[in-house]
Design a protein around this ligand. Structure first.
Ligand code: GLC
Length: 539
């Protein structure tokens, strides 16, 4: 086998560009801001940044409504500034992954404007148009992910168009060959600029049932759940033909070398998710695995889902784990601050590429948004039910200055109240901070081949304790996590006499252990077998 691909060894960091660093005082982050903070990311030790959409957009869904796939929105900067960012990142050995949004465009995209001109428009078939039913109602029962019908009536032409998200985000017709060709050219545009890969937005949505069959009701739907979940998405998503598109995207990436990365955003049960690995070289290298985001946070459940996932992976499938993103409640708010440290250790010691969400490394929590400050269209469409995503998109907190060093202007979303202490600068100088723990974990992962490439074996997943082993050649590491709030202990078995490499509790000495490992409440520990500490350094 040749060299191990960077994306297997590496750690990915998601930047939500609106919220990372503003440099022009408009209260919204920009590309120069990301560039300015590369030193921070370098010090954290991440290998790649994935940047949420930066394309020209009316921002109805904050950039996930693209009006031009081959440019940068002036809010974020320019192509020149983008090139400079890529160049600087590459100089530091960091990769740059763009968000690609192929399922839908903005309704202001020139393609849709043209398609909307009438049934005879040359671009009509680039989108999904259907006649009303005889009674004038929508062509079928499909729902929008942001609530309400997924069909919007177009008075002028007397037809409906389909939008899986906002009506300002009409779905492209991926059965149309011209659409495919145009979108692949957009990929090439960025690949030529040196982009190292793409995170493909809602990849499992691209192809829809050709007959537009009604979706069946979801028997598990209860009041308080999103309206979209009233129906199972049987016919609107995850159609077999989508794999053809994935293979085509992958081959476009391959034109630029085998190390360009295709990540798929896919919310599906594990047995369906793993089909997106495709045949060797034809699928996504990393179909995002979101199970930790939705998991009940206890040892038996985590053990079960890790094992199920490991078993479901195809022979060529490299695992990956995600703790948070811009659509999901932040980890520190899901599991609480003490367990957020355990979660960090879990993410960075499991087998598979980890993806971090900006701000999780400083323990940002959900920030309350006053009703008149709501920006997310989902919250506006289905208010008060907790679906709004603004609370997890608030600005990064860099220092204790006003607006936490994020902007000299008025931040587009509020900062969290604890910003004077919860900020990168303060935490950088505090070796007991979560940020310092993240740094040590990433460094440990890089140093030990067993952690970034080794085999995984579950040893225990009962009560409050999750224990597993990572093994590569002579390297053997044990990871023991206390998911509970009481002290506990773990029999070390073959790790008797092992050495503590790292604890989530700062100050635990790098002790040699007897037969039993004592764990504090909410403590996780990495133990190396025997006396040897790789590289002669401890952590
Ligand atoms: C993805 C994005 C989300 C966006 C949606 C529509 O799920 O992560 O933020 O709203 O797609 O593009």
């Amino acid at each position: 086998m040749g060299e191990i691909e960077w994306w297997r060894r590496g750690v990915i960091y998601q930047v939500y560009p609106r919220s990372f660093q503003d440099t022009d005082g408009d209260g919204t982050g920009d590309l120069n801001g990301i560039r300015h903070r590369l030193g921070y990311l370098d010090e954290l030790g991440v290998d790649a940044l994935w940047i949420s959409p930066i394309y020209p957009s009316p921002m109805a869904d904050f950039g996930y409504d693209v009006a031009d796939y081959c440019d940068v929105d002036p809010l974020f900067g320019s192509l020149r500034e983008f090139d400079a960012l890529v160049e600087d990142a590459h100089r530091r050995g960091m990769r740059v992954i763009l968000d690609f949004v192929p399922n839908h465009t903005s309704d202001r995209h020139p393609w849709f404007r043209e398609a909307r001109q009438g049934r005879k428009s040359r671009k009509r078939d680039w989108y999904i148009w259907r006649d009303p039913k005889a009674d004038g109602s929508a062509p079928n029962n499909w729902l929008s992910n942001f609530g309400g019908s997924a069909w919007e009536y177009d008075e002028a032409s007397g037809q409906y168009y389909y939008h899986a998200f906002l009506k300002e985000q009409p779905d492209l017709n991926w059965r149309n060959a011209e659409v495919r060709a145009a979108m692949y050219d957009a990929l090439r545009f960025w690949l030529r600029r040196g982009v190292d890969g793409f995170r493909v937005d809602v990849l499992w949505h691209l192809v829809k049932d050709a007959a537009f069959t009604d979706n069946p009701p979801n028997p598990a739907w209860r009041k308080g759940m999103p309206e979209i979940d009233r129906l199972l998405q049987t016919h609107s998503t995850d159609q077999d033909e989508v794999h053809e598109v994935v293979a085509e995207m992958r081959s476009v990436l391959s034109e630029f070398g085998e190390d360009r990365l295709l990540i798929g955003e896919i919310y599906l049960p594990v047995e369906r998710l793993v089909s997106y690995y495709g045949k060797a070289g034809e699928g996504a290298q990393l179909p995002f695995n979101f199970q930790l985001i939705h998991a009940a946070w206890n040892a038996p459940n985590l053990a079960r889902l890790i094992e199920t996932y490991e078993r479901a992976l195809p022979a060529n499938g490299w695992p990956n784990w995600v703790l948070g993103n811009h659509d999901q409640k932040r980890i520190a708010s899901r599991v609480g601050e003490p367990q957020a440290r355990v979660a960090a250790m879990l993410l960075l010691t499991l087998r598979g590429t980890p993806t971090l969400y900006y701000g999780d490394e400083i323990g940002l929590t959900q920030v309350a948004i006053p009703p008149d400050g709501v920006r997310d269209p989902w919250e506006r469409n289905e208010p008060g039910l907790g679906f709004g995503r603004d609370p997890q998109r608030t600005p990064m907190q860099w220092d204790a200055s006003p607006n936490a060093g994020f902007t000299a202007g008025l931040p587009w979303l509020p900062l969290s109240e604890d910003r004077e202490s919860r900020n990168a600068e303060a935490m950088r100088d505090d070796p007991s901070s979560l940020l310092a723990l993240y740094r040590r974990l990433i460094a440990l992962r890089r140093r030990w081949t067993a952690l970034h490439l080794g085999a995984f074996r579950l040893l225990r997943g009962e009560g409050d304790v999750l224990v597993f082993e990572r093994v590569h050649e002579s390297e053997r590491l044990l990871v023991a996590l206390n998911l509970g709030h009481e002290p506990t202990s773990v029999d070390l078995g073959s790790f008797v006499g092992g050495t503590v490499l790292l604890s989530t509790r700062f100050g635990r000495p790098s002790e040699r252990l007897g037969p039993v490992l004592e764990l504090d409440p909410d403590e996780g520990v990495v133990v190396a077998r025997g006396r040897t500490v790789a590289g002669g350094r401890d952590f």
